[in-house]
Design a protein. Structure first.
Length: 229
């Protein structure tokens, strides 16, 4: 067995023995934490729904499928931010409803007929001008939205890096394909053909030489006496 095969077997055995560090194990750990209230105790209020929080966490776990404790922690941060953001929305709605109820006698004295959007506008304007609760709720809404976005971006970055590392590891472990010997040998006929193709070619113009008048009569010219300059 080659060393590469041994390393691959060791990694496989390590993943099998990871237990709670595997995605399935992390999911089970998160479910145990929800079942025993370990996570919800710090997030769910006494008048809030525990089952709704568990549904939210379960949905995020199925969606992002964390592979380790760090990814699971980021998913928990996202769930916490989303849960608190929902709470802010609920408080905003309840605060406006309460303000409209408080202003009901005053509105009845000033208006014979009033629409519901007008009642809401009066309540919103009163809260915005005289109370800081509405401004504080809007600030919390922005804070929780940003916390959710930060955790989401960090989680996506970690998961991309993990996937890239996994692909690189798989490519390194892939066996190198062997090239058949027939593809590496040059056939003799092919070698001769290549030599013939690379040899310089002669044309009709290269082999043609004009004959002298003596050569045309079948006689070979002889050198005459040297002339004096």
């Amino acid at each position: 067995m080659s060393s590469r095969q041994k390393r691959k077997i060791d990694r496989t055995n390590g993943r099998k023995s990871a237990g709670a560090k595997s995605p399935a194990g992390l999911h089970a750990s998160a479910q145990n934490a929800l079942r025993h209230g370990l996570t919800a105790k710090t997030l769910v209020l006494s008048n809030e729904s525990q089952s709704k929080f568990e549904e939210l966490m379960e949905g995020f776990l199925r969606k992002f499928n964390p592979a380790d404790e760090v990814e699971l922690e980021l998913v928990t941060e996202m769930v916490a931010a989303r849960w608190r953001l929902r709470r802010v929305w609920l408080i905003q709605t309840a605060a406006l409803d309460l303000q409209m109820d408080r202003m009901e006698p005053e509105i009845a004295e000033q208006f014979e007929v009033i629409t519901q959007p007008t009642r809401l506008s009066l309540a919103f304007t009163t809260m915005a001008n005289s109370e800081k609760s509405l401004e504080l709720l809007l600030r919390y809404e922005t804070t929780y939205s940003r916390a959710f976005d930060r955790a989401l971006k960090a989680l996506e970055k970690l998961q991309r890096s993990r996937l890239n590392s996994t692909r690189e590891e798989e490519l390194r472990n892939e066996p190198i394909p062997l090239i058949p010997a027939a593809l590496t040998q040059v056939k003799p006929s092919t070698a001769h053909e290549n030599a013939a193709e690379n040899a310089p070619k002669t044309t009709a113009n290269d082999s043609f030489r004009p004959l002298s008048p003596l050569e045309t009569d079948g006689e070979t010219p002889h050198p005459g006496p040297a002339s004096n300059p």
